[in-house]
Design a protein around this ligand. Structure first.
Ligand code: FE2
Length: 427
C-alpha cells in the first residue's frame, strides 16, 4: 500500500492525466493514467487536471533583513545606497532572538507559497556574527521542510571593511555553506578584482560553492563578472560559481558582451537575476530613457547558462513589498526581459523551479521516480496560467507530507440575472 497517490495531474512539461505514487517520502513512479484502483494508497488526491509542479526555489534572498521594514526607519528614497546605509543603522540594534523570529515567520510564508528551498545571503560584516548564528539556528529548525542554504556575504566589502575577511572565514567555520562577495562595492576596480580572486581561492581550498553579488550597478565598465568567470576556469570551479544580479551587463557594449557570454558559458557560470529589485533599484541615475537594469536573461539562457530568477528582498531596507511568491518574481521577470513568447514564459517558470534547484545543487529534486516526493499542486492548468494568475498553492507536500493547504480562489458575482461564476480565476 502506497502512502500517497496524486492522480489526474498535469505536469509542467505538458503531460496530462499523470499519477504520482509516493512511498516512504519518495516518488515510486510517475505514470500516465494511474488510478486509485491500480495503485491503492492511504491518501489519494484527485488533482482534477491541475498543475503539479516541483517546489519553488529561491536562489537569491536576504533572510537576515527580511520583514525588518521600518526598523529603525523606512527607506525614503527607495534607492540601493540608502538601503545599504539603513541596514548599517539597523545592524547595531539587531538581536539574535528578533532575527530568528522574523526568519521563522518568513519561512512560514515560504511554505504556504510552496517555496521549499532558499539560498540566503547572510551579512558577515558584524563582529558579533549575530545574523550568522541566527540563520544557522533557523536552518536547523526548518530543515525538515525547507532546504536553507547560507552564503557568507561581506555586505560592506571583504577588503573595504576592516576585519571582514576574518569574519567571513569564521562564518564558514561555523557552517555557512557558500562563499559570497560584492566586488563592485570595493573601493577600486582593482580591489574588486582582487576580492574575486581571494574569495574564489577560499572556496576552492574549502571545496565550497561561490555566489557573489556581482556588478549590481548601471556602470557598463563594472566588469567583475569577467574576472569571476576567468577565476572559475583557473581554479576548476566549473558549475559551482554563481554571479548574482550582473545588472551592469544590461548597459554594456554589445561587442564586449559578445565576447563575455562565451567566456561565462565556458566557465559554466550560473546566473541569478532579481527582477523585482533590479527594475526598482537600477536606472536611478537616469533621466529618460531610463534603463531597466536587469541582466541579459534570454541571451544568457540561449548560450546554455543556468539562469534563475531570485526574490532578493521582502519587506526590508531595500524593498518594502514582496510575499515569498516566486510566481510574482517570474511574472516580473518575463515582463522586464520581454520573454512573452510561449517558450519564454515557460523558461521563466523553470527559472523559479528547476534552474535554481540546479544552482543550489539540490539532491532528489523534480517529479520523477526515485526523487523526493516534494511538490506543489497549483490552481492552474499549466505554467503560463500559473504565472498569469500567480496561482493559488492548493497543496504543498514535502517528502510525502502535506505541509500547507490553501482554499481555491473563487469569486461569486452579484450582477442580477447573469451567471454568477467569474471566469478570471479558472481551475
Ligand atoms: Fe542581494
Amino acid at each position: 500500500m502506497l502512502d500517497l497517490l496524486i492522480h489526474n495531474a498535469t505536469l509542467a512539461d505538458g503531460r496530462t492525466d499523470m499519477g504520482v505514487a509516493v512511498h516512504d517520502g519518495r516518488i515510486q513512479e510517475v505514470t500516465a493514467g494511474l488510478t486509485a484502483a491500480q495503485a491503492p494508497a492511504h491518501t489519494r488526491v484527485d488533482a482534477e487536471g491541475q498543475l503539479l509542479s516541483p517546489p519553488f526555489v529561491d536562489a537569491h534572498f536576504h533572510m537576515d533583513a527580511a520583514l525588518s521594514v521600518g526598523l529603525p526607519r523606512v527607506n525614503q528614497s527607495g534607492t540601493l545606497l540608502e538601503g545599504i546605509a539603513l541596514w548599517g543603522e539597523l545592524k547595531p540594534h539587531l538581536t539574535q532572538e528578533a532575527l530568528v523570529e522574523r526568519a521563522m515567520a518568513y519561512c512560514d510564508w515560504a511554505v504556504a507559497q510552496g517555496l521549499l528551498a532558499i539560498r540566503t545571503h547572510v551579512d558577515v560584516c558584524d563582529p558579533r556574527l549575530l545574523a550568522v548564528d541566527a540563520l544557522l539556528q533557523v536552518k536547523h529548525r526548518v530543515a525538515s521542510y525547507i532546504d536553507l542554504q547560507l552564503v557568507a556575504f561581506p555586505q560592506d566589502g571583504v577588503l573595504r571593511s576592516p576585519g571582514a575577511l576574518a569574519l567571513l572565514q569564521q562564518a564558514l567555520d561555523r557552517g555557512v555553506d557558500v562563499v559570497g562577495g560584492i566586488p563592485h562595492f570595493e573601493r577600486t576596480m582593482a580591489d574588486g578584482a582582487r576580492s574575486v580572486t581571494l574569495l574564489c581561492e577560499i572556496a576552492a581550498q574549502r571545496g565550497l560553492m561561490v555566489d557573489m553579488h556581482c556588478d549590481e550597478s548601471d556602470d557598463p565598465m563594472s566588469r567583475h563578472v569577467e574576472t569571476l568567470a576567468a577565476e572559475t576556469q583557473r581554479l576548476g570551479l566549473h558549475g559551482r560559481v554563481t554571479g548574482s544580479h550582473l545588472t551592469s551587463m544590461h548597459s554594456m557594449d554589445n561587442y564586449y558582451v559578445s565576447k563575455l557570454i562565451p567566456l561565462m558559458a565556458e566557465a559554466q557560470l550560473n546566473v541569478v537575476a532579481n527582477p523585482l529589485i533590479n527594475i526598482t533599484l537600477q536606472g536611478r541615475h537616469d533621466s529618460y530613457p531610463r534603463r531597466r537594469g536587469m541582466t541579459r536573461v534570454p541571451e544568457l539562457m540561449a548560450a546554455g547558462l543556468t539562469v534563475a530568477l531570485g526574490q532578493d528582498c521582502v519587506m526590508d531596507p531595500w524593498y518594502s513589498l514582496g510575499s515569498a511568491d516566486m510566481l510574482d518574481v517570474a511574472h516580473m521577470g518575463l515582463h522586464v526581459a520581454q520573454m512573452t513568447s510561449q517558450a519564454g514564459m515557460r523558461q521563466c517558470f523553470d527559472a523559479v523551479t528547476v534552474n535554481p534547484a540546479k544552482i543550489l545543487q539540490l539532491p532528489g529534486y523534480g517529479i520523477a521516480a526515485g526523487n523526493d516526493a516534494s511538490f506543489v499542486l497549483l490552481q492552474a492548468r499549466d505554467p503560463i496560467e500559473a504565472l498569469r494568475l500567480r496561482a493559488t498553492r492548493l497543496k504543498v507536500f514535502k517528502r510525502g507530507l502535506l505541509l500547507a493547504e490553501t482554499a481555491p480562489a473563487s469569486t461569486t458575482l452579484r450582477l442580477g440575472g447573469r451567471p454568477s461564476e467569474c471566469g478570471l480565476v479558472r481551475g
